[in-house]
Each structure stands twice: as C-alpha cells, then as structure tokens.
Design a protein around this ligand. Structure first.
Ligand SMILES: CC(=O)N[C@H]1[C@@H](OP(=O)(O)OP(=O)(O)OC[C@H]2O[C@@H](n3ccc(=O)[nH]c3=O)[C@H](O)[C@@H]2O)O[C@H](CO)[C@@H](O)[C@@H]1O[C@H](C)C(=O)N[C@@H](C)C(=O)N[C@H](CCC(=O)O)C(=O)O
Ligand SMILES: Nc1ncnc2c1ncn2[C@@H]1O[C@H](COP(=O)(O)OP(=O)(O)OP(=O)(O)O)[C@@H](O)[C@H]1O
Ligand SMILES: N[C@H](CCC[C@H](N)C(=O)O)C(=O)O
Ligand SMILES: [Mg+2]
Length: 494
C-alpha cells in the first residue's frame, strides 16, 4: 500500500495492511460478483459474516478486502497470505459507502433525502415534480425505482451503496441535475447513503414499522435520526414536520449539528398549513411561508397530502429555489402512482381508490383522509405482508375496522408464510371483517358492495405489480383489478 493510499485511509479512520497496492477494477459486496482486481467488501450480515466468503473472493481474483475486526479474525489465514490489500475498519458499511461514491464519481449536483415511516415516496415524487415544473432535469429515487427525467428499476427503497452510486452516476450521464431520494431506516442503519452529498433532508413522521429489524422503537428512531446526525452535512438544511410527536426531537438532533431548519406544521412553522377544503377531485389549501399567506389548488385526495406537499416545498426551497415560484407549481402536481389513486369509478358514481398504506398508522391516515371526499360509506380491503413485522398485523386490522364501515381481509405478499395465519392475525384486530384469501375476489366483492356515494380503498400494494407467494411473483396490479371488477359488474367500458 502506498504512502498516499495510507494517508487517504487514515483520513477515513481506516487501517490498512497487506503488501499489495492494487489497481482496483471493480467494487462489490457479494463474493459471487467478484471479478479480477475487485475490492470485496466483506460485511457483517444478519445471516452470515461476509468474511466467510473471502477465500472464494480471493480465488476469483479479489485484489482488496474491506472488512471489520471480526471479519479479519474469521479470515485471518487467507488474509495473512498477503495476496490482497486489506482494509479493516470499525464501520465497513460506511467505508463502502464512501468508496462507492469515489468509485462511481458523479452524483447529481443537487440532492435531497427524505426519511419517516410514511410519505417518503410521496414527498420525493412531489419534490421531483416541482423541480421539473421549474425546468430542472430531476428524478426521484426509492420504492418506485428511479423516475422522472430518467428511469431505472431498483429492487430496494434505499439500495446498497454500490447500486445507489451506479444509479446516481448513470443519472448524471443522462443529464440529471436534481435527485430526491428516499432514506429507508434499513438503508440509514446500514450506512447505504453515507456517501451521498445532500443539500437538504426531510422528516415526515414516525410510527410503527420494521420492528422485526430494529426491535425497539428507539433503535428505529435512531436509525432515522442518522440522516440528520450523520448524513446531512452541517451546512445542509433540515425540513421537519413539527406536527409529528417526534418532530421536536428530530429538530433537536439537527439543531445540535448547527443545521438550518425549516419547520412545517399545521398552524405552526415556517411553512404553516392554515386550512383545507375538500371536494370529490381534490382540495384547496391555505398556507403561509414566514407568515405571508398563500392559497393553492391541489388535485390530490387526502388531507395529509397537504403536509407532504409543504414538506416537498420546504425541500425545494432549501435546494435554492424561489418560494413564490415553487408555490405556483402546486396546481400542476399529479397523484403519485398507488398513493390515494383513483383507480376506477362505478356507473353509480362510487369510487375505487388504491393506496400503499401498509402500516397501522398509514391505514388510519389513509381512511380518515378519504372520508371528507366521500358522501357515503367507506369500504376497506386490507392484508399484511409475510416475512415482515408480525406485531403490526392485528393493529392494521384494527385500524381498518375503526375507520371504515366495512372491512375485507385478504392476502398481501404472503412470501414464505402461511397466508391463512397472516389473515387470522389481521382479522383478530377486525373481528367483523369478511375474509377472502384471493385478492382478486376480495376486490370484486368490495366493488360489488359499493352503493351510490360509497368509496372503496384497496390498501397495501399501491404501485406493486405482483403478489409474492413463496418464491414466486404472480402478476397482480390493484389498479388493473379494480378496473376489471368494475367492468365485470357494470359491463361496457371500464
Ligand atoms: C435485512 C437486511 O437489510 N439485510 C441486508 C444484509 O443482508 P443479510 O443480512 O441478509 O446478509 P447475509 O445474507 O447475512 O450476508 C452477509 C454478507 O455476505 C455477503 N454474501 C452472502 C452470500 C455469499 O455467497 N456471498 C456473499 O458475499 C452478502 O452480500 C452480505 O454482504 O446486508 C446485505 C449487504 O449489505 C444487504 O443487501 C441486505 O439488505 C437487503 C438488500 C434487503 O433486502 N434489505 C431489505 C430488508 C431492506 O433494506 N428494505 C428496505 C425497506 C424499506 C421500507 O420498507 O421502507 C429498503 O430500503 O428497501
Ligand atoms: N404524510 C403522511 N402521513 C401519514 N400517512 C401518509 C403520509 N403520506 C403517505 N401516507 C400513507 O402512507 C402510504 C405510503 O406512502 P409512501 O409510499 O409515500 O410512503 P413511504 O414512506 O415511501 O413508504 P415505504 O417505507 O414503504 O417506502 C400512502 O399510501 C399513504 O396511505
Ligand atoms: N417496503 C415495504 C413495502 C410493504 C408493502 C406490502 N405490500 C407488503 O408486502 O408488506 C416492505 O417491504 O416492508
Ligand atoms: Mg417508499
């Protein structure tokens, strides 16, 4: 290892050993993808330590190994052979994030990130739409992949740093200058975003999800707070929803870093929501920016969309745009795919909506938010995902039972679990609910129950295009199924 590399590593707080000073030809965290001259990041996993695969990686030509002390111990004999440069650090995931940023080089000049239990995709999409309205080549990056001026599919909300920086570099190659990305709690906990240069970061809200991974609410919150504590630089701007009970805590985290803060809230904050009026196709909202009042039409269903919009405005303003021009774009914003999306309308006028609500809080919020737009009864279809937080299942059922007039429980990606067991858990919170394992049948029954003025909310899958059963992904699209059900029941055009 050369003197310069050692100094560079020192600055990153890393120690290096091994005689080689290789020219790196690629970077990966999966031994199966190692090629000649690659750096292999041997990371501690939830199933196995990646160091178990160092021997394979070296056989395949790895020229450098990045790992932690435990990994160095596991692969001590292979590493001692000295064929590869070895970097041992306390936090190899963070080192990998920095390395990936350096390896791929380019990132859009303006980047913002959003964390929170619900609303990340929505806010990221609205930020992208506002930037586009203002003439920028912008994308949002997250659960729905990379969308906007350039598109690219992603398997995760916040992809691993190698996938992430590859996508960011390709975006730049395709002319993208602005990116709004989702920061999932898993992604933050695993330092996937640590190499991204952020201008601003936003916090939507905090409620129950992902306890299977984080175990406690505090660990889950700490992961989210990492966006402000670690990833956003001191000179970055934090945009915080103060209506959430944890908003003040997040603001304190940001304040301790000396970051500028834009607060958002109902009746309080730099961007303050003053009032809303709902109708069948959207809402009008009155709000203020530093006490100056504004009014805007939103062609969006759901009161919480106004909060998402104000957070998005805060992030765009934080990225350097003129507030008044930002507010002028609002009537042009479009529904985010699978979020409070009108999917079909029956001949009797009853409406069918598709929404991605897959947490107790999101179901409550989505159903409560739909009420003011609906004159008749509210019917809800809910199901919970397999291989995910089991504790949220009865609470999801309860949220539906408390906020809808009729509930149908069905399957939503049972994955490796027995679907009937998941449905029973959901139903334990919604004892009066009907149960149809077949999601298409549940949708047909739900649509059939609609009388004039009623509305159906199909919760949980939003934009998803498949039902995951075991290892299979069966094609399934709630919006399409809603249209088919209306077509089958009402006949004619759908
Ligand atoms: C639960 C979780 O987050 N797991 C992450 C974890 O994987 P793991 O614990 O399963 O890894 P492991 O199987 O123990 O293996 C350890 C290491 O050995 C490596 N390995 C393994 C086998 C082999 O033959 N060779 C090899 O090199 C693996 O690449 C890994 O780096 O470490 C891996 C490497 O860093 C991550 O890719 C993986 O996240 C995967 C992508 C994942 O599916 N995560 C999901 C849960 C996730 O992050 N979801 C959020 C959800 C967002 C939301 O709902 O809001 C997201 O951001 O998408
Ligand atoms: N500000 C909000 N407050 C509460 N609920 C919201 C808010 N915004 C969206 N939701 C609800 O949460 C669901 C998911 O929204 P969205 O996809 O924007 O969130 P997300 O944070 O990206 O979710 P994920 O963690 O799955 O990526 C929506 O379908 C809606 O029901
Ligand atoms: N990003 C979330 C999405 C859940 C969507 C829902 N349809 C489910 O499968 O539970 C997760 O992977 O937990
Ligand atoms: Mg999302």
């Amino acid at each position: 290892m050369s003197n310069t590399s050692e100094k560079a590593l020192g600055r990153l707080g890393l120690t290096a050993r091994g005689g080689a000073d290789p020219i790196i030809k690629g970077v990966t965290l999966d031994s199966r993808a190692v090629g000649d001259g690659f750096l292999f990041a041997a990371l501690p996993g939830s199933v196995v330590h990646g160091a178990r695969f160092i021997a394979t990686a070296l056989d395949q030509g790895a020229a450098a190994i990045l790992t932690d002390a435990e990994g160095a111990k596991i692969a001590a004999s292979e590493l001692a052979a000295g064929h590869a440069a070895v970097v041992v650090t306390e936090d190899p995931r963070q080192a990998l994030a920095y390395a990936a940023a350096l390896w791929f080089g380019a990132q859009p000049q303006t980047a913002v990130a959003i964390t929170g239990t619900n609303g990340k995709t929505s806010v990221a999409t609205f930020v992208r739409q506002i930037w586009e309205e203002l003439g920028h080549a912008a994308v949002n990056l997250g659960t729905t992949g990379v969308e906007g001026a350039w598109s690219y599919p992603l398997a995760h909300t916040t992809p691993d740093p190698i996938t992430l920086h590859k996508a960011l570099a390709k975006a730049v190659e395709n002319g993208v200058t602005h990116v709004a990305m989702e920061a999932s709690s898993h992604g933050l906990d695993q330092r996937r975003l640590d190499g991204v240069r952020l201008a601003a970061a936003g916090f939507t809200n905090f409620s129950q999800d992902h306890l299977d991974y984080h175990h406690t609410f505090e660990a889950y919150f700490a992961a989210k707070a990492g966006l402000f504590r670690r990833v956003l630089p001191d000179e970055g701007v934090a945009v915080i929803n103060m209506d959430d009970p944890r908003g003040a805590e997040m603001r304190a985290v940001s304040g301790a870093r000396g970051q500028e803060v834009i607060t958002v809230g109902r009746g309080v904050g730099d961007l303050s929501l003053m009032s809303q009026r709902f109708d069948a196709s959207g809402q009008d909202m009155r709000f203020s920016w530093h006490d100056k009042p504004f009014q805007a039409r939103l062609n969006l269903i759901g009161g919480f969309q106004a909060e998402n919009i104000l957070l998005a405005c805060g992030l765009v303003i934080a990225s350097g745009e003129n507030p008044e021009l930002v507010f002028e774009t609002l009537p042009h914003l479009k529904t985010v795919r699978g979020r409070m999306q009108l999917a079909a309308t029956r001949n009797n006028g009853a409406a069918v909506f598709v929404d991605f609500a897959h947490t107790p809080d999101a179901i409550t919020t989505a159903l409560k938010a739909l009420r003011p737009h609906v004159l008749g009864r509210l019917v809800a279809i809910v199901g919970a995902g397999g291989d995910r937080d089991a504790a949220k299942r009865p609470l999801m059922g309860q949220a539906a039972a408390e906020n809808a007039d009729m509930v149908l429980v069905t399957d939503d990606n049972p994955r490796s679990e027995d679907p009937a067991v998941i449905r029973a858990a959901v139903k334990s919170g919604a004892p009066g609910a009907l149960e149809y394992g077949d999601r298409a049948e549940a949708i047909l029954r739900g649509v059939d129950a609609l009388e004039p003025g009623d509305a159906l909310m199909i919760c949980g899958k939003g934009h998803e295009s498949g039902q995951i059963v075991g290892d299979d992904i069966l094609p399934f699209d709630d919006v399409e199924q809603a249209s088919m059900a209306v077509g089958a029941l009402d006949g004619g055009m759908v």
